[in-house]
Design a protein around this ligand. Structure first.
Ligand code: Q9C
Ligand code: ZN
Length: 342
């Protein structure tokens, strides 16, 4: 399997995040992608290629132009206000506030478009964010050229980013942009299988009212886990999208038997849907030693996960999402890919 990777991911480095009541060093750090890349080389997964550059219009197919503009200019505006460091929001949109009006100022736009304080914008973040999208879209090009699987080693991750909001270490939704590109390039139906530990709230929001993208997400239960405000099982889609969103919220302590049973049910739904292609939001923060997560998957379960995904017999684009047990992230992510290849 070919891997798409861009060293430009190094241009995004979070100074830290407010979590557990403390300002701590960021869990989402550059070593993550470097370790996955190292493992890809170590097992000889296949050729590693840089991405092509795609126009921003591929991004605005799913994201609001105002969000994209903010990601590009936030840091310069921040410095223009005489501040140092990265651009962090400190208030957020809440019920009863003006959703219909985007404020003009920087702090107002950060408040309008973000939903947490773990996702700072630095001077060079935009280049990394754009490269991550290009990595995903270049993976789509590989599927279009007939590959049965491809690995987009995206960083920063994407699945928490919605049409007009960012957060959860995610700025733009690489998997959603890739799914939309697959449709724009001729696919009739695309399934997104989100196996990251956290609910793919951004992906769900983007496609909630559509039937041309099916989302299946396995994740920590919103009563216990980030992002807390979306991901229950009664979210089944709306309008034309009713029946095309399938959530499997799982409790802390979930291990492989229960997790894989949910996976089987999700795969069954994807098969019934008749997807032309599948995008896997590949987070490996389900690993037992992940520092911010509470599932109990072990190395060999990631291999089995890949084999089960291969049983779909569909073209699959793997898009890197979360995973924070840094020393093990490479083993777990690449185990899914080697498991897929059989
Ligand atoms: N109390 C991804 O895996 N903070 N994002 C967790 C827990 C944010 C994870 C706070 C976690 C975001 C792509
Ligand atoms: Zn995650």
């Amino acid at each position: 399997m070919k891997t798409i990777f861009s060293a430009d991911h190094l241009l995004h480095q979070s100074p830290g995040e407010l979590i557990f009541g403390e300002f701590l060093p960021a869990f989402e750090k550059p070593e993550r992608a470097e370790l996955v890349l190292g493992r890809v080389k170590e097992v000889g997964l296949g050729e590693i290629r840089p991405p092509e550059s795609f126009p921003v219009s591929a991004i605005t197919r799913v994201h609001a132009p105002g969000l994209v503009a903010l990601l590009q200019s936030a840091q310069a505006e921040w410095e223009g206000l005489g501040r140092t460091g990265a651009a962090y929001p400190y208030t957020w949109m809440s019920r009863g506030m003006r959703e219909d009006r985007v404020p003009a100022g920087l702090d107002g736009r950060l408040a309008y478009y973000s939903f947490d304080c773990g996702t700072p914008i630095t001077k060079t973040s935009w280049q990394a964010i754009k490269s991550s999208v290009d990595v995903a879209l270049s993976g789509v090009a590989l599927l279009n050229s007939g590959e049965r699987g491809a690995f987009s080693l995206c960083r920063p991750p994407g699945h928490h980013a919605g049409a007009d909001h960012y957060g959860g270490y995610c700025f733009l939704n690489n998997a959603a942009i890739a799914a939309q590109k697959l449709l724009d390039d001729g696919a009739k139906r695309v399934a997104i299988l989100d196996v990251d530990y956290h609910h793919g709230n951004g992906t769900q929001q983007i496609f909630y009212r559509r039937d041309d993208v099916l989302l299946v997400s396995l994740h920590g239960h919103p009563d216990q886990e980030y992002p807390y405000l979306l991901g229950w099982e009664d979210e089944i889609g709306a309008g034309a999208g009713e029946g095309f969103n399938l959530n499997f919220p799982l409790r802390w302590g979930t291990a492989w038997p229960e997790w894989s049973a949910a996976l089987e049910a999700g795969l069954k739904r994807i098969t019934a849907y008749g997807a032309d292609a599948v995008v896997v939001s590949l987070g490996v923060d389900t690993y037992k030693d992940d520092p911010i997560s509470h599932f109990l998957l072990e190395h060999e379960h990631f291999t089995q996960m890949g084999a089960r995904i291969a049983s779909l017999r569909k073209p699959v684009l793997f898009v890197m999402e979360g995973g924070y047990a840094v020393a093990e992230i490479g083993i777990n992510a690449v185990n899914v890919l080697t498991g897929f290849e059989g």
